[in-house]
Design a protein around this ligand. Structure first.
Ligand SMILES: Cc1cc2nc3c(=O)[nH]c(=O)nc-3n(C[C@H](O)[C@H](O)[C@H](O)COP(=O)(O)OP(=O)(O)OC[C@H]3O[C@@H](n4cnc5c(N)ncnc54)[C@H](O)[C@@H]3O)c2cc1C
Length: 445
């Protein structure tokens, strides 16, 4: 055996699992396809200026106990987002808007979905309110949150799952790690190395052969070489899109196949799509135009634009603005070149502020990452499809006390799709794997 446990994937779930296992004295190999750790958390500090560019996760949602503890351990902390929300109204005017109230009423409208005899799609559920004129604003905001916040297709997303998730308050309180997520990932990785986790970066898992108490992985290294790694149990932190993918040489083959309940669960969890563009300007010009009207602008929304929302870094004042498109706008943008995406984002931000020429004049640099075309992510983050109320729990369930599952999609505490959810599942899978190894040792005498 090369290790007691092999953890597949060095995103935050995999790092948390590996760290927790070595603290339990297990021999661990951490296998990661990319040449870096962090997965869908990717802070790039080489881009420009004092602020790291977050190419994946940026915010902290809800209480996020695991994240907060790790940030403290990494010597940093979180900072609440502050500032004003602005929205382009139906008449085309950019006006102040109270975002919190929008989210409260949007989640309020979904409360009724908890009582449905049969689950239905978010869209179908919202259609119940179409005749009520007084509800139109709330319905529109609720749909925009399903698309923008959950990056989900409202025709597919489960109304019940949304009601549960939003009720938990995950969306209400929003903060950012001070200095980005980078220090937290670095801290996790350093702890893994210090506790002798053997990490294998640029190593792609291609085949997982398993029977009770024994797993063998066929992996491909950076030079194209194939190797076999053996362990007693494995923790899989692979994104749903990766687990569901088939038909080319990035498909992960299971031998034997995963049991039916696991494959059914995978069919009930979808991966949301989002396009995110970071734009650096020479100066924070939006703070000074119109007599400083937008100086404290944190979020700018316009449903009519290719990017429905832009945010600044407030309370930190900086030249960085992020443009965000969730589904279906992200689908409309898919296939666009990086250059086109950046241009559209600058155009949109300028148009929203009433001065596209100034936005282009001030623009310096843009970055974007296409997570849907990334073979090791295949989308942004997961959401539950109609009828999949218990799908996250089924995906999380161990197979034969030998294959354990972690990663954001397996979080069944309404934190699916988040960094904190992923961290928590890594810890959970580590506890389960350690318990299984303990039992194997007792049984083997
Ligand atoms: C654009 C974007 C914005 C986001 N914003 C937020 C936010 O503001 N707040 C928030 O809480 N969350 C956010 N998220 C979601 C958050 O990033 C994820 O929920 C979380 O990082 C998932 O961690 P994970 O460990 O479960 O998965 P991952 O980070 O995807 O880790 C899985 C790892 O497995 C590796 N892997 C894949 N295939 C193979 C293979 N064949 N062999 C070996 N390794 C493999 C991958 O390279 C990856 O490193 C965002 C995500 C995106 C994409």
């Amino acid at each position: 055996m090369d290790a007691d446990v092999i953890v597949i994937g060095a995103g935050v779930a995999g790092l948390a699992a590996a760290r927790s296992l070595t603290a339990r004295s297990q021999r661990v190999i951490l296998v990661e396809a990319r040449d870096r750790v962090g997965g869908r958390v990717w802070s790039d500090s080489s881009v420009r200026g004092a602020l790291a560019a977050e190419l994946g996760a940026e915010f902290i949602h809800g209480r996020a106990a695991e994240t907060m503890a790790l940030l403290r351990a990494a010597g940093t902390t979180a900072i609440d987002i502050g500032g004003e929300s602005w929205r382009v109204s139906d008449d085309g005017e950019l006006r102040r808007d109270d975002d919190d109230d929008d989210f409260t009423s949007a989640s309020g409208i979904f409360e009724g979905a908890r009582m449905l005899a049969r689950d239905e799609s978010a869209n179908r559920f919202l259609q119940r309110f179409h005749k009520d004129k007084a509800m139109q604003g709330t319905v529109r905001a609720a749909r925009a949150f399903v698309e923008g916040f959950d990056a989900a297709d409202p025709d597919v997303a489960s109304a019940r799952a949304i009601a549960d998730e939003w009720r938990s308050g995950v969306g209400f309180t929003i903060a950012r790690p001070l200095g980005g997520y980078g220090p937290m990932v670095e801290y996790l990785y350093n702890t893994c190395r210090a506790t002798r986790v053997c990490s294998r970066l640029s190593t792609v898992v291609r085949r997982i052969s398993w029977r009770r108490g024994a797993v063998s992985l066929e992996v491909r290294g950076a030079q194209g070489d194939t190797q076999i790694l053996r362990c007693r149990v494995a923790i899989l932190t692979l994104p749903v899109g990766v687990l569901r993918h088939s038909g080319d040489d990035t498909e992960i083959v299971f031998d034997p196949e995963l049991p039916n309940p696991k494959r059914d669960a995978l069919q009930s969890i979808e991966t949301g799509q989002a396009v995110r563009v970071g734009m650096w300007f020479r100066t924070p010009f939006w703070e000074r135009i119109c007599d400083g009207r937008y100086r404290n602008g944190a979020f700018f929304r316009s449903l009519a634009q290719p990017f429905a929302v832009y945010w600044t870094q407030l309370p930190v004042r900086s030249e960085l603005v992020v443009a965000w498109a969730g589904r279906p706008k992200a689908m409309a943008l898919s296939g666009a070149s990086e250059e086109d995406l950046v241009r559209l984002a600058v155009d949109g931000f300028g148009a929203l502020l009433g001065d596209p020429a100034l936005a282009h004049e001030e623009f310096e640099l843009g970055v974007t990452t296409d997570w849907s075309r990334d073979p090791f992510a295949r989308g942004a983050y997961s959401y539950v499809a109609v009828g999949g109320a218990d799908a996250r729990a089924r995906l999380a369930a161990p197979v034969d006390d030998t294959l354990f599952f972690a990663g954001e999609a397996t979080s069944n505490d309404s934190e699916g799709g988040t960094v904190n959810g992923a961290l928590e599942t890594g810890e959970r899978a580590a506890r389960q794997a350690a318990a299984s190894l303990g039992a194997q040792r007792v049984n083997n005498g």
